[in-house]
Design a protein around this ligand. Structure first.
Ligand code: AP5
Length: 214
């Protein structure tokens, strides 16, 4: 089972991903998380990706495609994977189809979370993350249990790309380069559009229903 989680920055992909991956017993593969983990370790990949992420731009296709293809060869990804934040361009989508075809697999569903831009800006500008376990909070919608401290005890921080000026560019990049994938997967009969507004549980149940697990 290969499931793509598509949607603009802040649509709730990371928030929903853990439950979906667990339900289908497949690994959650987030390209953004992989870049951030590399940056934390100070690897050349992380430092290269940071230049694009801080500007709200996309990391070059060839780099991302190699990274995902490599990750999909790991034993835990043999039964499938939940791809969060990949593909993000038509070139990445084409490369993914080609790669999966070569290993006798295919994309099964593309879940697209739809949220209006005004709500996305509010979600992203208020998002806070745990430096230790990666948990995501929001200063208003889901504040951490104690000021500046995660439930795991880790420090809470704001992502560099969650500054308002960068958010505007990330949304522009999404509309220009990623939103064409909605039609791409729609034409392939794989698109599962989901209303991404409501409580986290409501949205999770809509996703399960769209995937035949309601
Ligand atoms: P990435 O990490 O993938 O970021 P993104 O797609 O911009 O998505 P986000 O993580 O910002 O949002 P999300 O949809 O996961 O929302 P979340 O659940 O956190 O990518 C970062 C960068 O890496 C890119 O800009 C690019 O540079 C690079 N990159 C990554 N993949 C790439 C690729 N394939 N190609 C090229 N470059 C790539 O929720 C957001 C907030 O809203 C949280 O505070 C949350 O608590 C809150 N929230 C969630 N659900 C709800 C709800 N129902 N109601 C109210 N609040 C909610």
């Amino acid at each position: 089972m290969i499931i793509i989680l598509l949607g603009p920055p802040g649509a709730g992909k990371g928030t929903q991903a853990g439950a979906i991956a667990e339900k289908f017993n497949i690994p959650h593969i987030s390209t953004g998380d992989i870049f951030r983990a590399n940056l934390k370790e100070g690897t050349p990949l992380g430092l290269e990706a940071k230049k694009y992420m801080d500007a709200g731009a996309l990391v070059p296709d060839d780099l991302v495609v190699r990274l995902v293809a490599d990750r999909l060869t790991a034993p835990d990804a043999r039964p499938g994977a939940l791809l969060d934040g990949f593909p993000r361009t038509e070139a990445q989508a084409g490369a993914l189809s080609e790669y999966l075809r070569s290993s006798g697999r295919q994309v099964d569903h593309c879940v697209c979370l739809n949220v209006p831009d005004e709500a996305l800006v509010a979600r992203l500008s208020g998002r806070r993350m745990c430096r230790s376990c990666g948990a995501s909070y929001h200063v208003v919608y889901s504040p951490p249990p104690a000021e500046g401290r995660c439930r795991c005890g880790g420090d809470i921080y704001q992502r560099d790309d969650d500054l308002e000026s960068t958010i505007v560019n990330r949304l522009k990049v999404y509309h220009e380069q990623t939103s064409p994938l909605v039609a791409w997967y729609g034409q392939a009969g794989l698109l599962r559009p989901i209303d991404g507004q409501g409580t986290v549980d409501e949205i999770k149940n809509r996703i399960y229903a769209a995937l035949g697990q309601g």
